[in-house]
Write a protein of this length. Sequence first.
Lengths: 196, 196
Amino acid sequence: MANNDCRANIIAAAIPLFAAKGLNGVSVRELARAAGENLSMISYYFGGKEGLYAAVLTEQFAVLDKIEEIERTDIDTLQKFELYVRATVSRYRKSPYLLRFYTSELTNPTACFETITKPAIKKVVQTLLKAFTEGLSHEKFRDDLDPADTVLALAGMINFYFLLEPVTADVVDHSPDRDEVLIRHIMDIFTRGVLK
Amino acid sequence: MANNDCRANIIAAAIPLFAAKGLNGVSVRELARAAGENLSMISYYFGGKEGLYAAVLTEQFAVLDKIEEIERTDIDTLQKFELYVRATVSRYRKSPYLLRFYTSELTNPTACFETITKPAIKKVVQTLLKAFTEGLSHEKFRDDLDPADTVLALAGMINFYFLLEPVTADVVDHSPDRDEVLIRHIMDIFTRGVLK
DNA sequence: GTCTATATTGCGATAGAC
DNA sequence: GTCTATCGCAATATAGAC
């Protein structure tokens, strides 16, 4: 390639490769070839393969910071949960590799887990927990529900749908056309499940 | 080690290693050392590292076959779903590495994905789908719910709880003592969410 | 900044003795 | 069945020319 986008080219090429095969499943040669850049540029810009992986992870997880908006938005608690579900779906549509990095780090943690992955996911969970507690204090929700169990249930419903896509693709329609219906079904179940 | 349990020793040692680091994250030397067996025994018994991985995966996923019992059991549809949730929890307690193999294959599929992983998971999904359709025909459930969305939502609630444990362990109590409460909460949400 | 060439290490697999 | 020793290769990383 040999232009001034070298660094960006490498990152862009690395995303689908790391996502599909994990940190240990890709070699620097493969990464360089896919980027159309010289092998040694990976060390030059990122200090090695692990450095590149960390850069990719940081970029991928950056969007998770937007979860903060949920706290600042002045809407009903249930609507906050719907906002979370909608944001999750649109995130996965825009960043089709995000969920893979996310779960790959959960199951086969790398050195980045403690520094990048864990804080990013924890922030999401804590934001949801805060919203739930808020809803509880307004006496909107049944008070015999455990906050953690409940928000993890909601997060699980939407995340698992995407996680299982490689298995269920030929029996379930996972096209974006159905996203609106999916969101409705999940919010339906959740709403009836948690309201007083 | 050098006893007649060589094959079994290798498999037993390989389970936690493959689960933690994935197929590409472990070397045959590391596997042999952990098993206390000679390196060459891996090729002798399994034809190589990938063969050992396939053997481990087959053994781990064998328990998933028990899902069939749900079809044969003559109980109410909702109770079938509760049976599934209970079976899932007890499976993860008995096989603490199962979920890791499961999701690792989903996010970073190996050669085993099409032959071992996908059929195993698909069977579970289809069993749940069948149970749901059965419940629909008995007019137990709201008929505006999509079967796939609904069963994936239930599966997601319980699986995600365990998947997120590495992140939420210090903010949520994941001890087996709470399993019964967890199951109750999930079934509560699900039941209220899907019943007419 | 970018390249080639290479240093070095560790990999998976197996030949062949016992 | 189990071992040691080793083959051949691919890995990451970098030195040094330009």
